[in-house]
Design a protein around this ligand. Structure first.
Ligand code: C2O
Ligand code: CU
Ligand code: CU
Length: 545
């Protein structure tokens, strides 16, 4: 049975029925308009006063092109996250061809050799993990390899992955949440021929019309300094902030022209989920999912909203060809049920070991975090100019490989809690144990089962991309996004390295554990809620030669 066809038909129906307005609009012939000229500035929008920080040729998120030798220094820097309030944060600093970068966007061709020297200039252990990349354990940034402050670690690997938006962040055990929260994270963009063909056909330019967005919730004190002092509660649930930043910009706006834009969206938050949608006035616009963690889908799929959990990426197109000058579209997170069942469970004496600090909630002072699942406005996109643009989205994006075949009877991976600890298969992280062993070259099916009372867990595997086969027992808000009986949403249809597993859900994935590395390799399986990870919801995964 040709599932792909069925998926497409279903997606087409959803588009035509639910989103007729946007769909029809974008297919109306466009009047030719003169080239964008410097038009009068838009009146300020007090709700979104700050220009979105975009990758440039230097500084924060500056783009470093190509491979070759590079040094990344994890260090404290001063950066005005809130306007006019320089804050202490951490960043990866690079000097490249005489220019200084912080958290550079690394942009490389598939197949490139990489030589990165990491210098830990922090006062604690650290190491860089290349999230999503297929590397051997020496280059993975597994916490085994964390180095103390003052020490260095050298990476040397070839980019084996297909084109996609990957990222890099620290991974020292117990400290990942803290270090990422304070700013250590960057994009790693891989390009190949299919990717370059897409850029050409849509006339996409990185940082202009192809825009990486990292979404992170943070808490600040009155001086504009980052606050991170998780209580026992927060170490259990995850650390949430009341201020949601996009590219380290508070209440950001982006001025655009009437054309198609690409957003590569990374959820770089410690714990918060987002349900991403674009809203114009009171109306939701459809947008097009073109890629997931591991790169382009085979074809574009129209959606109204999609969930993005910590660690995940989604690659989308927003069609503003029919917009008018002054139109405003807001990237929002729609309200959803955060399914924080563990809160109820925690109240019961049976789950008693978790300590409740006095004044839970009240103790958090500087900014009460917006509740998990609350509606959020993330980025205001304002149409500043009309521009001639005659491109359309190609109907074939990539030759997405078929889902790998497996005869392996599913391995059950149970996510649950006991005594205030999140567990995987009844256990927590021990550096010297490898509870999951797979044979190099085998293709395994895993059932990730999240057993209530629980909360959502975005599960991540190092060193491999996998495919999602099905979702069972999904909550209604997820089931509504399903394209067919498998329960999969558009954002489940490509290569993934992180997948959200809702309470009560069983997500079936398939991973081909083939790689070119000789000898045993030790990777990780963990929850990408960084407090869960630091709390031990993480297991070694050995790929035996
Ligand atoms: Cu992005 Cu082991 O994590
Ligand atoms: Cu990773
Ligand atoms: Cu978790």
């Amino acid at each position: 049975m040709n599932r792909r066809k069925f998926v497409l038909a279903t997606a087409g129906t959803a588009t035509a029925v639910g989103l007729a307005a946007g769909f029809l609009r974008s297919h109306r012939p466009q009047p030719r308009v003169p080239a964008a000229k410097a038009e009068a500035p838009l009146p300020p929008d007090p709700a979104f006063p700050n220009p979105l920080r975009l990758p440039g040729a230097q500084g924060m998120y500056g783009v470093i092109d190509g491979s070759g030798a590079l040094t990344l220094v994890a260090k404290g820097v001063e950066h005005p996250i809130l306007p006019g309030k320089p804050a202490r944060m951490l960043a990866f600093e690079a000097e490249h061809q005489g220019t200084r970068f912080h958290n550079p966007v690394l942009r490389v061709r598939a197949g490139s050799p990489m030589r990165v020297s990491f210098w830990n200039a922090l006062e604690e252990m650290s190491i860089i993990h290349w999230h999503g990349l297929k590397v051997d354990s020496n280059n993975d940034g597994h916490p085994h390899y964390a180095v103390p402050g003052g020490a260095t670690y050298d990476y040397h690997f070839t980019v084996e992955n297909r084109a996609a938006t990957y990222w890099y962040h620290p991974h020292p055990h117990h400290l990942t949440g803290k270090q990422v929260y304070h700013g250590l994270a960057g994009f790693f963009i891989v390009e190949d021929d299919e990717e370059l063909a897409l850029q050409k056909s849509l006339d996409l330019k990185l940082a202009e019309t192809d825009i990486p967005l990292v979404i992170q919730d943070r808490r600040f004190d009155e001086a504009g300094e980052l606050v991170f002092a998780p209580t026992a509660e927060e170490r259990f649930h995850g650390h949430y902030g009341g201020e949601v930043l996009v590219n380290l910009t508070q209440r950001p706006h982006l001025h655009v022209a009437t054309r198609i834009y690409r957003f590569r969206i990374l959820n770089g938050s410690n714990a918060r989920l987002y349900r991403l949608a674009f809203r114009q006035g009171g109306r939701l616009l459809d947008y097009t999912v073109i890629g997931t963690d591991g790169g382009l889908l085979d074809r574009p799929l129209a959606v109204g909203n999609s969930f993005l959990a910590p660690g995940e990426r989604v690659d989308v197109l927003l069609d503003l060809r029919a917009a008018g000058r002054g139109d405003a579209v807001t990237l929002v997170s729609l309200p959803f049920d955060a399914m924080r069942q563990e809160t109820a469970a925690r109240g019961a004496p049976a789950h008693g070991e978790l300590t409740h600090p006095a004044g839970h909630g009240a103790a958090v002072a500087p900014q009460a975090p917006a509740s998990d699942g609350a509606e959020l406005e993330l980025l205001r996109i304002r149409v500043r100019s009309k521009t001639p643009y005659d491109r359309t989205t190609p109907q074939v994006l990539s030759r997405l490989e078929a889902v790998p075949d497996s005869t392996f009877s599913p391995r059950l991976v149970v996510l649950d809690q006991a005594n205030g600890k999140w567990r995987i298969n009844g256990t927590t992280y021990k550096g010297d144990e490898t509870p999951i062993v797979v044979k190099r070259g085998t293709t395994e099916i895993w059932d990730l089962r999240n057993v209530p009372p629980t909360m959502p867990h975005p599960m991540h595997i190092h060193g491999f991309q996998f495919r999602v086969l099905s979702r069972e027992g999904s909550p209604e808000q997820q089931r509504r996004l399903a394209l067919d009986k498998s329960g999969l949403a558009a954002t489940d249809l490509g290569w993934k390295d992180t997948v959200l597993v809702w309470p009560g859900e069983t997500v079936r994935i398939v991973t081909d554990f083939s790689h070119p590395f000789l000898g045993d390799q030790v990777y990780l399986v963990h929850c990408h809620n960084l407090e869960h990870e630091d709390g031990g919801m993480m297991l070694n995964l050995k790929v035996a030669a």
